[in-house]
Ligand binder design. Structure first.
Ligand SMILES: O=C(O)CCC(=O)C(=O)O
Ligand SMILES: [Fe+2]
Length: 217
């Protein structure tokens, strides 16, 4: 009699939602890949552990980061840039797993961008309270390629604005498996993440992991 009370509630959120011209939210798109992606993540993190980097202004970021691919995004006192080497180990960043590259290409195509070949994947780890202030992704050489962003673990409020910092951002709740693709007219739109609410996710625990695939060079 009680068992039926605990049946899964169907997820009735639309699977696809346009956010702006060139920007789309693909809900649950990464769900079928979750186990493969998490296994690959474990190997990457073993080689290149998460670390909280410092902005050029000297502030330590609340989000912990690492990378895989031939280029990795880094920030320190001298600025933001892509670097082929992990500054903590002096070694090249872990290679981008095939499952990542194929997944990102497929997601980009689903978002309307064919032939996306990412060379960088920034991996963000949000503990409860961690946030990312509004910014543009503009350290890449070629803005013709989109950004493909994958959310895993705890839900977050993603802020997606416009071409100007002052443009009021819309708020989207991103859940485990959700993918956002933005490019073309919205490639340089401001975006960020509100402070992560505490919680516990069945597969990922007490955190949110975000992967952003980029064509850096
Ligand atoms: O965590 C997110 O959803 C966004 C991350 C982001 O904007 C970035 O890494 O540049
Ligand atoms: Fe970003």
């Amino acid at each position: 009699m009680t068992a039926d009370l605990f049946e899964a509630v169907p997820d009735e959120r639309p699977s696809r939602e346009a956010m702006a011209e060139g920007a789309v939210l693909l809900r649950r798109y990464a769900k079928p890949f979750e186990n493969e992606v998490v296994a690959a993540l474990r190997e990457i993190i073993a080689q290149a552990p998460f670390r909280r980097m410092f902005t050029p202004g000297g502030h330590q970021m609340s989000v912990a980061m690492t990378n895989c691919g031939t280029a990795g995004w880094v920030t320190d006192h001298s600025g933001y840039r892509y670097d082929g080497f992990d500054p903590n180990s002096g070694q090249p960043w872990p290679a981008m797993p095939t499952v990542f590259r194929e997944f990102a290409g497929q997601a980009a195509a689903a978002g309307g961008f064919d032939r996306f070949g990412p060379d960088a994947c920034l991996i963000n780890r949000y503990a409860p309270g961690a946030r990312m202030s509004l910014h543009q992704d503009r350290d890449e050489q070629d803005f013709a390629a989109p950004i493909v962003s994958v959310s895993l673990g705890l839900p977050a409020i993603f802020l997606f604005g416009g071409p100007k910092r002052a443009d009021k951002p819309k708020r989207y709740r991103l859940e485990h498996g959700d993918v956002v693709v933005w490019g073309g007219p919205s490639r340089l739109f401001f975006h960020g993440v509100a402070p992560l609410a505490d919680g516990e996710h069945a597969l990922m625990g007490r955190q949110r992991i975000n992967l952003t695939f980029r064509k850096a060079r």
